[in-house]
Design a protein around this ligand. Structure first.
Ligand code: FE
Length: 337
């Protein structure tokens, strides 16, 4: 890669004429959008002088890492969802990172026990409930979504989307296979329409009177409120934090990992540590209405206004381990059919 080549030229030159090490850099492959990442990389470069080159990908990160092999310029990957983090780790493209800073900034349940990935922000998977048609206290648990009282009243995106797979994995972890199958069948029979669209499309359907509750991630409330057309959708619903009967509210993460073949390991580590610092955490969380996870950090006031909740305490790697079983059950009950 050109950037790496340029770097080595600088390094060679520095050894004989003592040029300053001006070309320090870190290369990032990101599934997260530029508007979220740019403020962070700018702040990091301002603080350290290290350039950050970001390749924004929509898909195919694993295939790209595979094709590039040990010559990949990638140092760090940024993505959302435990299943995507676990997939990169399982494919063998990450390396364990030992850092006191990362260990102390990132709570244990939001990082890989072996140090292959670290969570940066969380988002809860919650219920959006019609202000007009759902009474306060009418929905309090995930288990309750299978109750016949919701017949014809629930909207959701595809059962096989990563967000719903992770939620189903959590049901599996709490209740086992037989219960989860019955739960999926119950939720399916309560749907107002076949699963379709994204999380925001379900809130639109509530606004339009097609259903009364939907399942979605918290940050979409902030995104809808910031959009002229979607604000009315958001205004038609309350944010409800359900819990498991024997646990808390289901959360997922955005996270970071160091690539196994990272050519700039020192810079990569500095960047990862920076991302978990309270300052960067608040910039990052605010940009997408997520929750920062470092001790002593606060979410945006708008996000805090939705209320507080107790996150489920299951380590996300445990959920990743249930992923295949969850997908199998979702397909067995033909959830999207
Ligand atoms: Fe999303």
């Amino acid at each position: 890669m050109f950037a790496t080549f340029k770097n080595s030229v600088f390094a060679a030159a520095a050894s004989c004429v003592a040029l300053p090490l001006a070309a320090a850099e870190v290369n990032v492959y990101s599934y997260r959008q530029p508007e979220l990442i740019k403020p962070l990389t700018d702040a990091f470069t301002a603080e350290t002088g290290i350039e950050v080159n970001v390749a924004y990908l929509e898909k195919g990160m694993i295939e790209r890492l595979e094709a590039e092999g040990a010559r990949s310029p990638a140092d760090v990957i940024l993505t959302v969802d435990i299943s995507r983090l676990a997939a990169v780790v399982d494919a063998g493209f990450t390396q364990p990172v030992a850092s006191e800073t990362l260990l102390s900034n990132v709570p244990e349940i939001y990082r890989d026990p072996d140090g292959h990935w670290f969570g940066l922000t969380t988002r809860a998977r919650i219920v959006y409930a019609s202000k007009d048609r759902v009474a306060e206290g009418e929905v309090t648990t995930y288990e309750d979504l299978a109750d016949p009282k919701w017949q014809g009243r629930i909207c959701t995106r595809s059962g096989t989307h990563a967000y719903n797979v992770a939620l189903t994995s959590a049901v599996l972890e709490h209740h086992g296979e037989a219960f989860t199958k019955t739960w999926l069948e119950g939720v399916k029979s309560n749907l107002a329409r076949k699963p379709q669209g994204n999380d925001r499309a379900q809130v639109k359907a509530i606004w339009a009177g097609e259903c009364d509750i939907s399942v979605g991630n918290t940050y979409y409330m902030g995104k809808m409120l910031s959009d002229d057309e979607q604000k009315a959708w958001a205004d038609s619903v309350n944010v409800i934090f359900p819990t498991f009967e024997n646990g808390g509210t289901h959360v997922n993460v955005s996270g970071v990992a160091m690539v196994k073949s990272a050519p700039n390991q020192d810079e990569a580590l500095q960047f990862m540590e920076f991302l978990t610092s309270p300052k960067a955490q608040e910039i990052y969380a605010k940009a997408n209405f997520e929750y920062p996870i470092a001790e002593g950090t606060k979410a945006d006031p708008l996000v805090e206004g939705w209320g507080s909740f107790t996150p489920d305490s299951v380590n996300l790697m445990t959920l990743a381990g249930q992923r295949d079983a969850a997908i199998k059950l979702i397909e067995t009950v033909d959830f999207d059919g």
